[in-house]
Ligand binder design. Structure first.
Ligand code: ZN
Length: 426
C-alpha cells in the first residue's frame, strides 16, 4: 500500500514506475536518441516525465505481436495557478484551477501537501527541473461553519474561484516563490533557486488504509487510476518474459487525453513505429500486421454498486466490490470493448481462476470514458476496457476492494503470458 502514499501526481507516478522498472532490469531509452533495440531485452521511455511506456521483447525472430496494458497517471485535483499568491484577511493563500472532474466538497478540512515539477535556472544559465513533494500539512481549505450558512447541507454550490483557495500562513512578507525556494533548498540542497516555472498540485496527506471489520476495503487518494498503473506494473514484472509485452500509462486522461503525451497524442504510435522498424518487418505493412495481431487491455476503475444509491446502476450490471475485474461495455463506443476482446478477457479470467463482471450504464444515463477508445482510434489495436470496481470516483479519497487488486494482477499476468491472443477470424 505504500505505493500510493507519496505518489501525488503524474510526475511522481512516472518516476516511481521508472524506478521499479530499472530495479527489474529495464533500460531507459531517450526519445531524442537513436534506439538500438535487442530481442530478449526490456526497455522503458517517458514523455513529458508524466507518461511512460515499458516493453519487453521476446527472444529471437521478428516481433509479431504485443500484449498491451494501458492506464493513466493523472487524477482530478487542485492545481496551483501560475501567479498563485493571494492574500485575504491577513492570510497567505494559493489560488487554484480545478484539474479534471473533481468532486469538490471532499477537499475541505483536509491536511494538504503540495507536489509536482519545478523548473530552475542554474547559475550557468541552464534550465533544469526537479520533482518537489512537500509531504507535510502546509495548507488547509476550511469549511464555512454551518451557523454561517444554514443551507450548507442542502446541495450548496461550491465556487472554485472564490471559495477554494487553501490557506497557508498568516504573513504579508512571504509569497509562493519564497516558499518554493525554502522547500527546494530543504529537499534538493539548492540554495536561492531561480524558479522559472512549475506545475504543482495540492494533495491529501492521509495515508491509504485497509478499511472494514474484515479489512476488505482499500481507501486511498487517486485509486483512479494509480491503482491500475500499480496493477499493470505488477503484472508486467511478474510475467514469464516469453512474449512481447507492453505497458503504457498516459497523462491527461482526466482532461480528455488530447496532448503530446496523452492517449490521443502520438506517443504509443511513435514507440510502435520504432519497434516495427527495428524488430518487426520494418515496412508500413508489417506495422499494420503487428498492431492487428496485438491486443490492448485498457485498465481504469469502474463504478461499483453503491449500497445507498442502488438505483444509479442497471439491475443486471451493478459490479460488486471484491467480485473480480469489470469488463466495461458501451454500445456507443465510450468503451472500446467488443465481443471478441471481451471474450478474450473472459478467457484470461477463467485461466487465472478469477471471477469477472460486466458493467453497462443505465440506458437513461450518460457514460464515462477512458483511454481505451481513444487509443483504439489512434492506433487501431483491438481493445477491451476493464477495471477494478470502486466507490467515490474522483473524490479526494476513493474506496476499492482489497481482493480485487490481486484478481486483476492475476488476469493481466495471464494476458502477458498468453502465447496465442486468439483473435484470428474463424
Ligand atoms: Zn480514470
Amino acid at each position: 500500500m505504500c505505493v500510493f502514499t507519496s505518489i501525488a501526481n503524474p510526475w511522481h507516478a512516472t518516476r516511481n514506475m521508472a524506478l521499479r522498472l530499472e530495479a527489474a532490469g529495464y533500460q531507459r531509452l531517450q526519445e531524442t536518441a537513436s534506439w538500438q533495440l535487442e530481442a530478449g531485452k526490456r526497455y522503458y521511455v517517458t514523455r513529458n516525465d508524466s507518461s511512460i511506456i515499458a516493453f519487453q521483447l521476446p527472444e529471437g525472430g521478428a516481433l509479431k505481436d504485443l500484449r498491451m496494458v494501458g492506464a493513466h497517471t493523472d487524477s482530478p485535483g487542485l492545481r496551483l495557478k501560475p501567479n498563485a499568491t493571494q492574500r485575504s484577511a491577513g492570510w497567505l493563500q494559493l489560488g487554484i484551477e480545478v484539474y479534471g472532474g473533481a468532486l469538490l466538497a471532499p477537499w475541505f478540512d483536509r491536511d494538504l501537501g503540495i507536489a509536482g515539477r519545478v523548473h530552475l535556472r542554474q547559475p550557468d544559465g541552464r534550465l533544469t527541473s526537479v520533482l518537489l513533494d512537500v509531504a507535510e500539512p502546509v495548507a488547509i481549505l476550511p469549511s464555512l461553519a454551518i451557523h454561517l450558512d444554514r443551507e450548507a447541507n442542502n446541495g450548496r454550490a461550491i465556487n472554485p474561484q472564490t471559495q477554494m483557495a487553501p490557506v497557508l500562513m498568516q504573513d504579508d512578507q512571504q509569497d509562493l516563490n519564497s516558499l518554493l525556494q525554502a522547500w527546494i533548498q530543504a529537499q534538493h540542497a539548492i540554495e536561492n533557486a531561480d524558479i522559472v516555472d512549475f506545475e504543482l498540485s495540492f494533495y491529501d496527506l492521509q495515508a491509504p488504509s485497509l478499511i472494514g471489520v474484515e479489512q476488505s476495503l482499500l481507501a486511498s487518494a487517486r485509486l483512479d487510476n494509480l491503482l491500475s498503473c500499480f496493477i499493470g506494473l505488477e503484472a508486467l514484472l511478474a510475467n514469464d518474459g516469453q512474449q512481447g509485452a507492453l505497458l503504457v500509462a498516459n497523462d491527461h486522461e482526466e482532461v480528455g487525453s488530447a496532448s503530446a503525451c496523452g492517449a490521443q497524442g502520438p506517443f504509443l504510435g511513435d514507440v510502435l513505429s520504432r519497434l516495427n522498424a527495428q524488430l518487426g518487418g520494418g515496412s508500413e505493412e508489417s506495422l499494420i500486421q503487428l498492431v492487428q495481431s496485438s491486443c490492448m487491455v485498457s485498465c481504469d476503475n469502474a463504478h461499483a454498486l453503491h449500497p445507498n444509491f442502488r438505483d444509479k446502476h442497471d439491475e443486471q450490471h451493478g459490479p460488486l466490490i471484491n467480485a473480480g475485474p469489470v469488463i466495461k461495455v458501451n454500445a456507443n463506443q465510450r468503451y472500446a470493448t467488443n465481443s471478441a476482446t471481451s471474450a478474450l478477457f473472459r478467457d484470461l479470467c477463467r485461466e487465472a481462476d478469477v471471477p469477472v463482471q460486466v458493467f453497462v450504464t443505465r440506458a437513461d444515463m450518460g457514460c464515462g470514458s477512458t483511454i481505451g477508445p481513444i487509443t483504439a482510434t489512434q492506433v487501431g489495436v483491438p481493445t477491451v476496457d476493464v477495471g477494478v470496481p470502486q466507490w467515490a470516483m474522483h473524490s479526494i479519497r476513493e474506496t476499492a476492494g482489497s481482493q480485487d487488486v490481486e484478481y486483476l494482477v492475476r488476469a493481466l499476468t495471464a494476458f502477458y503470458n498468453r502465447a496465442n491472443l486468439g483473435l484470428v477470424d474463424s
